[in-house]
Write a protein that binds this ligand. Structure first.
Ligand SMILES: NC(=O)c1ccc[n+]([C@@H]2O[C@H](COP(=O)([O-])OP(=O)(O)OC[C@H]3O[C@@H](n4cnc5c(N)ncnc54)[C@H](O)[C@@H]3O)[C@@H](O)[C@H]2O)c1
Length: 268
């Protein structure tokens, strides 16, 4: 192990550490980047094959990764998952709550079931994981939580998905409340708000949801929306998470790091 590794000797729980399709999702890229920087990864996902692929990549590079299958919206399963990580590695230094995603719908046509699902998927999932991880971090006297939100929690970005908007905005403010409460205990809690990212999600789900099945047209449209002229990628989120999770960010808590190629800074 290289002494200069930024996460040397740290244990990181990363939820949604697989990808919904070929390529690099935010969680998968984060798991690989963290492992390259010396962290032991506890990679959590609903889909065993997805997270097994992430584990395979990390192992092939000489890193350490254990996998765990659970639904992060299920409190009982998450409590067991956290205990399994502590049993495996003895502590939890970093928690990245990455699971989430959008369902289309405006204030009238989104049905109540989908609204509730959006809150569970994007907000309650992080609440549950924090609920069980924070006591461990408190007893350790240190810990870093990174919650993956979205610029959709900041402003309307061209799609009607009010459940997602509300849940991601809620996640950001929930994170500030956690940051303040646990700052005296050495626990930092920060948010990343990715913009339009070209993760496998674009081809696998968004093309159908927002692009009438035409992935190429959706990709072109998303690229054009961004001042930099192109979408970001999972690695951009991963390196932002690396900074926030590392001791280099020891004085950073309660912040929301926007990773969007200038999109929300622009007027349209
Ligand atoms: N892709 C984008 O353009 C974009 C933009 C802004 C924010 N985000 C946010 O980034 C995060 C990750 O996005 P992504 O595109 O990398 O994800 P993704 O859709 O590729 O999913 C990552 C993994 O999460 C797993 N997963 C799904 N539901 C789960 C559950 N209930 N329990 C456990 N695991 C589950 C999937 O199996 C998958 O392997 C989400 O919170 C998303 O809202 C994405």
């Amino acid at each position: 192990m290289n002494g200069k590794m930024r996460l040397r000797n740290k244990v990181a729980v990363i939820t949604g550490a697989g990808s919904v399709g070929p390529g690099w999702g935010n969680g998968k890229a984060t798991a690989v980047v963290f492992a390259r920087e010396g962290a032991s990864i506890f990679a959590v996902d609903l889909v065993p094959e997805a997270v097994a692929e992430t584990q395979g990549i990390i192992s092939s590079e000489g890193g350490t990764c254990r996998t765990y299958h659970c639904d992060v919206t299920n409190s009982t399963e998450v409590a067991a998952m956290i205990e399994a990580c502590v049993a495996q590695f003895g502590c939890i230094d970093i928690l990245v709550n990455n699971v989430g995603g959008s369902v289309p719908g405006n204030a009238v046509d989104l049905n109540l079931e989908d609204w509730q699902h959006q809150l569970d998927f994007n907000l309650t999932s992080s609440f549950i994981a924090c609920k069980y991880v924070i006591p461990h971090m408190e007893s350790q006297g240190k810990g870093a939580i990174v919650n993956i939100s979205s610029i959709a929690g900041h402003r309307h970005i061209g799609n009607d998905h009010v459940g997602y908007n509300a849940a991601k905005a809620g996640l950001a403010h929930y994170s500030r409340a956690v940051a303040v409460k646990y700052a005296p205990h050495g626990i930092r809690c920060n948010v990343i708000s990715p913009g339009l990212m070209h993760t496998p999600l674009v081809e696998v789900r968004l093309a159908e949801q927002y692009g009438k099945g035409d992935a190429e047209a959706l990709i072109e449209k998303r690229n054009k929306q961004v001042p930099m002229g192109h979408m970001g990628e999972g690695w951009d989120v991963a390196y932002a998470a690396l900074y926030l999770a590392s001791d280099e960010a020891k004085y950073v808590t309660g912040t929301d790091l926007v990773v969007d190629g200038g999109l929300i800074a622009s007027a349209h």
